[in-house]
Design a protein around this ligand. Structure first.
Ligand SMILES: Nc1nc2c(c(=O)[nH]1)N[C@H]1C(S)=C(S)[C@@H](COP(=O)(O)O)O[C@H]1N2
Ligand SMILES: [Mo]
Length: 386
């Protein structure tokens, strides 16, 4: 008797009907915001997964060196859709939060599963978007390694998202197909259309204010972008500095030599002058950072494939490129055969018509087409053929 009464009549205010009065806590709005989030999360997921595969390729995965600017586009999209999703997610959470207090809390098992999956969905989404935002602002406030945490949180979030979309598909369809019956506006209350305009406007504004860090024409309105792609020595931003890499002495040491070793017939040790005396190749290529900024430079240097053939490496070799930097995640990178043999993959000695600045990798750095910035190793000391 008492139990039935409890089921029918929720005990305390938030569970009681009529607690939340705004018309904007509405199924139709929730449905459209859900679609917006589905699109932005979808693009963000695919481009993010791609970036992960490029940096940690399983044996079946091969990322081509062409088109040269493709990674710049996919990673620019990853960061732009992640940023645009933030106002969409906040609006969605606000629209649906009254439903946290439905009574009874679960009608049946399926309903319970659907509701429990909201916890990883909401927590995972907030974590991904906010830690991503912190990362591009280079505010490393966490004890964990960001790429690994970001990667694993993605699978949890996407799993929960699949459950959620499956559970809400029918409701979303209905809500969108339903004719929107105009309700007489209550004074002081935002209309649905006004709310949509505000949320879409916010998503558009944060996108326009940040995407200039990779889309040059929008650079001047890039008020919120963490990076201006034009500012830095030789007109290019710097991520890792020579000081934090601990190479200020070793990179300027006149006894520096490039070593080419590993599976070669003639291991090489070349001075900077010897490298400068070799045939020089020029390439206009972007640095495309995982953080979403990118900037183009005119690079000049020696083709990696030229160095390999001089050392007598087998054609189709892979190469490990090692830096003078002794510690850190990005002190080395790997060149797959297609990248090692590409005519634009260079050991660069010059940038924009001048010898490479110390901060951009003097005396020599790797630069190649269609590679994430983290794989464009600076202050190179050794090429090891594998
Ligand atoms: N040795 C070394 N090379 C490195 C890095 C590094 O930390 N160490 N950072 C990379 C990253 S994350 C980027 S985006 C590019 C940036 O190149 P830039 O500083 O010349 O613009 O360098 C790459 N090369
Ligand atoms: Mo980067």
């Amino acid at each position: 008797m008492a139990l039935r009464r409890l089921r029918e009549r929720p005990p305390i205010p938030p569970f009681r009907e009529g607690t939340f009065t705004s018309r904007l806590h509405d199924e139709r709005i929730a449905a459209w915001l859900g679609i917006g989030l589905g699109v932005t999360f979808g693009i963000c997921f695919i481009t993010g997964l791609l970036s992960h595969l490029i940096q940690q390729p399983p044996s079946w995965f091969h990322w081509p060196p062409r088109p040269a600017g493709l990674y710049r586009v996919t990673q620019g999209l990853h960061v732009a859709t992640g940023i645009a999703a933030i106002p969409l997610l906040l609006a969605k959470l606000w629209t649906v939060y009254p439903r946290l207090w439905t009574w009874p809390p679960a009608r049946n098992i399926a309903h319970a599963v659907e509701r429990i999956s909201l916890l990883p969905l909401v927590a995972g989404s907030l974590f991904l978007l906010l830690s991503g935002l912190q990362n591009i602002a280079r505010w490393y406030a966490w004890a964990f390694f960001f790429p690994a945490a970001h990667y694993w949180a993605t699978w949890i979030t996407i799993g929960a998202l699949v459950v959620h979309v499956g559970a809400k598909l029918a409701v979303t369809r209905q809500a969108i197909a339903r004719q929107d019956v105009p309700v007489a506006a209550r004074t002081g209350s935002l209309s649905r259309r006004g709310f949509f305009a505000a949320v879409a406007g916010a998503a558009g504004a944060v996108t326009l204010a940040t995407v200039g860090q990779t889309l040059r024409p929008l650079r001047t309105i890039s008020l919120l972008a963490p990076r201006d792609p034009d500012i830095g020595p030789q007109g290019l931003p710097v991520n890792k500095t020579s000081r934090s890499a601990g190479v200020r002495e070793s990179a300027r040491d006149p006894s520096w030599r490039l070593r080419v070793d590993g599976a070669v017939q003639r291991p090489l040790e070349l001075s900077l002058d010897e490298l400068r005396a070799m045939q020089q190749t020029q390439a206009v290529l972007p640095i495309a950072c995982v953080e979403g900024w990118s900037a183009e430079g005119t690079w000049r240097g020696v083709r990696i494939r030229e160095l390999l053939s001089r050392a007598g490496a087998e054609p189709g070799a892979s190469v490990r490129v090692t830096s003078l930097q002794e510690h850190g995640k990005y002190k080395a990178s790997d060149l797959e055969p297609s990248h090692a043999s590409d005519p634009q993959t260079l050991l660069a000695l010059e940038l924009n018509g001048e010898p490479l600045h110390l901060e951009h990798g003097f005396p020599a750095r790797l630069i190649g087409p269609n590679r994430p910035g983290v794989m464009q190793t600076k202050w190179v000391s050794t090429l090891t053929v594998t």
